[in-house]
Design a protein around this ligand. Structure first.
Ligand code: SAH
Ligand code: SF4
Ligand code: F3S
Length: 490
């Protein structure tokens, strides 16, 4: 044996070499991450966790265990940034007690404020923009050794297509299918913080959905600032949707956000054709006034939008629409505001995100001046909110007595006895748990409604209240009704 031929001296040399080249045994480092802003940021945080996990970091939900604190930030409106600055105050106290902890700012605010963030906030060690997350492990390691770092270059190609996001098991997954935005609406900071549009490959996205399917996920939401601009070579967004819908019939496919420019007939036809593509389109209009739409550079008129909505409603049965509205854009008159209210009244959206205009430095609208006084903006916003709440309530009340298919998502916040879930039209439904489980599709008969929530009880598809366990099982697994009834009978 060769070992027996070694001298003591040789053994000592080997021992020395081994101790020199083996890295010291360090305890595993933990990362705590907080995410602000849109769903794309939620998906990005999963990419970040994937990258850091591959480098040996572990994720913690307890800030007290964290060696690294990451804040994935949003810049879309002033108050989004103010909230994050407020949160930094909390982290400052934490860092005082734990000086070794590394604090990193990621996302849109990191991109917008860059080194200013580090200069003004002494606790920030690392600043990384949305296209530079691959550099994060190196920057965090340097920061742990005392060298602060920044990486904020935007890319025309980075789409993290090869990174497997770190997701906890569940039933719904966000999937970014494209990044960036080329629309340059004059009020919007996103093109400056996220860069130009680029899409991931159909093959990799479909592969991700297949993997989620084997893990038991029941819903995927495809994300992009402007999903209908998606393209991978000859494939457009309709092709992507069709491919994903084909992976597993029991996986619902959602998508957001659609821009009113570029909702092709092919796309509408695809949504209508596949049962598991949800009948819900989030279609931000922003304003009902053509003059304001032009100043916003939205590239459509209110007439184009109205015609599109007509086409959507005639192509997709029972479609539900939601929107985004901005109140108090520069120079908005009472007449412009009235046109927005009229449009809401006419289209009768099922929901809306409604915002007060917030000037963002370096956007074209910033140069138009913030001409509408705050109290006028607030009053207009309140009028919009009040009107939309009434419309949402009225829409929901027409559903009383209807039976709707609901994907069970989790426990209701208000009662442990109830589940909460959503219809494919994206309506929230709360109902007693009975025998159903998270991830089941159940039929719920609606008995009451508010502007935000439907309430009901589990029934069979014909609308009758369940009486036996076998019937309940049949509803829970609609694809295998006969098998389950057979088993129950046996
Ligand atoms: N890409 C999507 C949404 C992006 S941001 C789209 O095109 O619709 C989400 C919403 O925030 C926008 O639709 C808009 O209503 C709102 N928003 C963006 N910038 C804003 C600003 N400066 N002030 C107020 N609201 C803003
Ligand atoms: Fe912003 Fe307009 Fe792009 Fe939406 S489409 S992200 S509002 S620039
Ligand atoms: Fe905010 Fe950036 Fe999303 S600005 S809304 S986190 S794209």
């Amino acid at each position: 044996m060769w070992k027996e031929d070694l001298t003591i001296c040789q053994l000592m040399v080997i021992f020395w070499l081994l101790t020199f080249f083996t890295p010291p045994v360090t305890s595993v480092k933990h990362i705590y991450i907080e995410t602000y802003g849109c769903q794309m940021n939620v998906a990005d945080s999963e990419v970040v966790m994937g990258i850091m996990h591959n480098r040996g970091y572990r994720i913690t939900k307890q800030i007290s265990q964290a060696d690294v604190i990451l804040v994935n930030t949003c810049s879309v409106r002033e108050n989004a940034e103010q909230r994050i600055f407020g949160r930094l105050g909390h982290f400052r106290r934490y860092k005082r007690q734990n000086p070794g902890v590394v604090i990193g700012m990621l996302g849109c605010m990191a991109e917008r404020l860059r080194s200013k963030l580090m200069e003004e906030e002494s606790i920030v060690d690392v600043v990384v923009g949305p296209d530079e997350y691959r550099k994060l492990p190196g920057l965090v390691e340097s920061a742990a050794n005392g060298t602060k770092g920044i990486a904020v270059k935007l890319s025309r190609v980075e789409n993290y297509d090869d990174i497997i996001p770190l997701r906890t098991d569940g039933i719904s997954a966000w999937i970014s299918v494209m990044r960036g935005c080329d629309k340059f609406c004059t009020f919007c900071i996103v093109p400056f913080t996220r860069g130009r549009e680029r899409s991931r490959s159909v093959t990799n996205i479909v592969g991700e959905v297949e993997e989620l399917s084997t893990r038991g996920f029941k819903e995927v939401a495809l994300l992009g600032q402007n999903v209908n601009s998606y393209h991978d070579g000859e494939y457009d967004f309709a092709d992507l949707l069709a491919n994903i819908a084909g992976v597993n019939q029991s996986i619902r496919v959602r998508f957001t956000t659609s821009h009113p420019q570029g909702m092709s007939d092919k796309l509408l036809g695809t949504i209508a054709r596949y049962n598991n593509i949800c009948n819900h389109i989030h279609l931000p209009v922003q304003s009902g006034s053509d003059r304001i739409l032009e100043l916003m550079n939205r590239t459509y008129t209110s007439e184009h939008y109205r015609n599109l909505v007509k086409k959507i409603k005639s192509t997709i049965r029972n479609v539900s629409l939601s929107t985004d509205i901005i109140a108090g854009f520069p120079t908005e008159t009472e007449d412009d505001h009235r046109m927005t209210l009229d449009l809401l009244e006419e289209i009768r959206y099922n929901g809306a995100f409604m915002f007060k205009y917030s000037p963002r430095e370096n956007t074209p609208a910033f140069k138009m001046g913030d001409s509408i006084p705050d109290e006028v903006k607030v009053r207009r916003l309140n009028e919009i909110i009040e009107l939309q709440q009434r419309i949402s309530r009225e829409n929901n009340q027409t559903l009383i007595g209807h039976t709707m298919e609901v994907l069970v998502e989790g426990e209701s916040k208000k009662s442990k006895e109830n589940w909460t879930g959503r219809t494919d039209t994206n309506k929230v439904v709360v109902f007693p748990k009975e025998n159903s489980e998270v991830g089941d599709y159940v039929w719920v008969k609606i008995s009451s409604a508010t502007s935000a929530t439907l309430f009901g009880e589990v029934v069979n598809a014909a609308g009758e209240r369940l009486s036996s366990a076998a019937e309940r099982a049949a509803v829970v697994f609609p694809d295998s009704v006969q098998t389950i009834l057979d088993q129950a009978d046996g």
